[in-house]
Design a protein around this ligand. Sequence first.
Ligand code: 6PG
Length: 482
Amino acid sequence: MNPDQNSNTGNVFGMIGLGTMGRSLLLNIADSGFAVAGYDKDTLKVDALKQEGAPYQVEGFASLPDFVNSLKKPRAIMMLVPAGPIVDSVVEEVLPLLDQGDILIDGGNSHFTDTTRRDTALEAKGFHFFGMGISGGEEGARRGPSMMPGGDIEAYEIVRPILEAVAARVNNEPCVTYIGPGAAGHFVKMVHNGIEYGLMQLIAETYEILRKGLQMDNASIHRLFAQWNEGRLQSYLLEITRDIFAFKEPGTESFLIDDIYDVARSKGTGKWTSQVAMDLELPVPTIDVAVAMRDLSKYKELRVKADALYTVEQPNRFATERRDKTLQYLEQAFYFSMITTYAQGMHLLAKASAAYGYQLQLDQIAKIWRGGCIIRAAFLEDIYTAYQQNKELPHLLLDPYIKGLVQETAPGMREVVAAAALSGVATPAFAATLSYFDNFRNGSMPSNLIQAQRDFFGAHTYEVIGREGIFVHSAWLPDALD
Ligand code: 6PG
């Protein structure tokens, strides 16, 4: 339905939604030498794009038809708008303006089930659609994000040169790769965010130990994180945390961190990860705790009341131990927990791949997470190597090299969790991570008792050792007790 005048000329990439992420990514693409167009209903955002895009081949539009007509066919259009119904309304609005064969990319944090639905509906109408997770925040979008495209591979191949040109690079390789069919890209991005929640919670608990257990001030915390970030804990999240502990608003003397209200918010991707993990019966307790603690933080009034009501019965263990030894334990505890959090996330990816037919290659996912994204870390190199050496590795903690790291850091982890428990310093993610590990390496869990109880009160049956697969029931009461 569109004039053909632009079929061979025009902008090679279009962006719908010129918020921070959309504008930054579009400018990044323009920076790589591509002619691009951006659309937003908000003329202020269009003007901002035109202004910043002045040195490049960038056009800005507040009219959707004009935007669509400015694009070369087959058109490649990315939507970067808030996840949920807005994506559907944008699709509805733009679809009548497109031609069959045009490509629509959802670059937001859409729920993977929405992506599956859109993928099926748009394919049936003859359009190419793919969902792509993008990580790295504003800076990543502008300078090089990590991107997780999934779905229509034909469409991906068309835009691949553009995506590879703008992605972050590690060892000169782009942090983007085709993830898998259907909603695989958005699924992997969701799990990325689940891991992000887990790591952020672990860092927050480390801060809690440092300030309340070891009574360290912000400047010392800054120095410690700076030192850690030079070693094996090196990661983007630790790097920004280091900087947070040095930051004072211009013209003020106080650290900004001390003025921030202790209620954490979220857009939902962490919760989705936990929900899906429960549906798949695949435990990710570090992520679950991270979601739960953001929720608990919202009950500020109750927390303040309870704070006034209770006291810790014992002296602070951290104060009586040697500080440098404690910090050494803490470094080990953090590394142990970081490894285990990634391990939970990778395990979930493996399970989802089998359940949903995503054909995920875990080595490739680790590879593109090494740069550009929020969970980038030196440790991803080890994850990449582990899955490269054994593509069928059933769990990261079973890799021989990773095993060595875990074994070496476990003593510090135990010291920290024990001291925190005795001192009344809340470390739910550390504790959950350690318990996950201790049961993961437990060849005889007490689950036999759960089965006995279930059979006792509900005749739910149980299996007997050596006769697995055969379910039997016992008459537990009353005669059995005599
Ligand atoms: C990223 C981030 C990004 C966003 C989070 C924030 O990878 O670039 O994960 O997607 O900042 O979704 O999530 P919450 O608002 O839920 O903390």
